[in-house]
Design a protein around this ligand. Structure first.
Ligand code: URP
Ligand code: ZN
Ligand code: ZN
Length: 459
């Protein structure tokens, strides 16, 4: 069926125009003034609203066996939450650990999503060891349309790779034209500092940040950058949290290293005092890299405005109160993660655009278009153009609300951003032309989402 969006104020990177958008067979077929509706077309009047390309979250965890438990969402719950918040595509980290077979892991992660997600999705394939079959397995995975890798410098003996494995991964990625995303914290320093703090009887969640200080992340970022420099591969630092690590990345960039930067919602809005709250309240705000001293937020917002930070993701990773309490006796056992898939767009719009930290152009770029370009989805995603998938967000800038666990769709019993105001939310969200959300309610088709096949683009 056709869909006509009338009187749209279309906001894309580099352009803002008022026009109608016609959608036929899942794609945008015309953009222009006073378009005629085909017979039986669904018509949406967007007068007074902004229309954005569907937002893309480049970093989420949905199926995740981690820290003696499993992240809480399924693709069904996460995708509905994502769509209600305006995210129409997410890229999930496929994370088999060092003891798992990579190809079996990849099939398992795919099977968890298949037919379950209400929005489109893709994967970053984690490389958590490099053994004799790794190259041929990764070649098969790339041929299957998963054209980005993930490595962890942290999480020693679980997800973490050593320097030799990092080198081999980057060298192969360079040959294949695949971008490598990386969690950049020095694993050895984290383990040593954890042991030291625990030996001193420092066991609460407030010691999580001191066990992974800014210098540990800056070292990891610089270390990754040196390996990129010497392999000439293209890299993407995930969830960069602080000014010191930012300097390490930008210093590398100024030397010509092909390095991109993502920061995630918690690091813009929450600081380390949240994890210093007593008991489980602090545990709810434990993630890695940790929440930082507040001055870092100004550095992140400024870098985002200047596009030194390319994208904003969430690192969505829900663990409930009971799971967080696994770390009651020791902060090293608190499952790491703060969910955010539902709130990213509204909080970024409110605290970025409405508070004057971010212009609309950069907002759309950071929350949608740039990820599409880096990860081989553009212009199918991240654009409003003839031929693009009709993933559209009709955005109501008059809406006023408050983020709360009571009203969320993420499968969790708390919300790390509880009580924060939002000034705007999606009024209509479409996935390939089908209306999936209206005014905070999922009204669409479960399981509509497709896995997006991507081509290597970073030779
Ligand atoms: O704390 C976090 N970030 N949890 C998820 C795993 C990861 O490091 O991305
Ligand atoms: Zn990570
Ligand atoms: Zn992550």
């Amino acid at each position: 069926m056709a869909l006509l969006i009338r009187n749209a104020e279309i906001v894309t990177v580099g352009s803002r125009v008022r026009a109608d958008i016609l959608v036929e067979n899942e794609t945008i077929t015309r953009i222009g003034k006073d378009l005629k509706a085909p017979p039986n077309a669904e018509i949406i009047d967007a007068t007074g609203k902004l229309v954005f390309p569907g937002f893309i979250d480049p970093h989420v965890h949905i199926y995740l066996p981690f820290m003696a438990t499993f992240a809480k969402d399924t693709h069904e719950t996460a995708s509905i939450a994502a769509l209600i918040g305006g995210t129409t595509t997410y890229i999930e980290m496929c994370c088999p650990n060092r003891n798992d077979d990579a190809l079996e892991g990849y099939q398992l992660w795919k099977s968890k999503a298949d037919g379950k997600s209400a929005c489109d999705y893709a994967f970053h394939m984690s490389v958590t060891k490099f053994v004799k079959e790794t190259e041929s397995q990764l070649r098969q995975i790339v041929a299957d349309g998963t054209a980005s890798f993930k490595i962890f410098l942290a999480y020693k003996n679980f997800f973490g790779v050593d320097d030799g494995e990092m080198y081999q991964t980057l060298e192969l990625a360079k040959r294949l034209g695949v971008i490598v995303t990386a969690h950049c914290e020095n694993a050895e320093l984290v383990v040593r500092l954890q042991q030291k703090l625990l030996a001193e009887g420092k066991t609460g969640p407030e010691w999580h940040e001191p066990s992974r200080p800014e210098s540990v992340e800056a070292e990891g970022t610089g270390h990754f950058a040196s390996f990129l420099e010497n392999t000439r591969a293209t890299g993407y630092v995930v969830h960069l949290s602080c000014e010191k690590a930012l300097h390490a990345a930008l210093d590398a960039k100024s030397r010509g290293v092909k390095i991109h930067v993502e920061s995630v919602l918690p690091h813009f809005l929450l600081d380390k005092t949240y994890a210093e709250r007593p008991g489980v309240e602090g545990m709810k705000h434990v993630m890695s890299p940790p929440l930082r001293a507040k001055h870092n937020q100004t550095a992140l917002w400024n870098a985002l405005a200047l596009a030194s930070i390319d994208t904003v993701g969430t690192d969505h990773c829900p663990f409930d109160t009971e799971q967080k309490l696994l770390g009651e006796d020791s902060f090293v056992n608190i499952p790491n993660g703060i969910p955010g898939i539902e709130d990213r767009v509204n909080l970024l719009y409110t605290h970025g655009v409405k508070r004057g930290r971010l212009d609309l152009d950069r907002f759309v770029d950071a929350a949608s278009t740039k990820a599409a370009k880096l990860f081989g989805l553009f212009p199918r995603k991240g654009a409003i153009a003839v031929g693009s998938d009709a993933d559209l967000v009709v955005y109501d800038t008059d809406y006023r609300g408050v983020v709360s666990a009571k009203s969320q769709h993420v499968n969790n019993d708390y919300n790390g951003f509880e009580g924060m105001e939002i000034e705007g939310r999606p009024s209509v969200v479409t996935v390939r032309g089908k209306v999936q959300v209206r005014d905070g309610k999922f009204i669409g088709e479960r399981g509509r989402g497709k896995m997006l096949k991507r081509e290597p683009a970073h030779f």
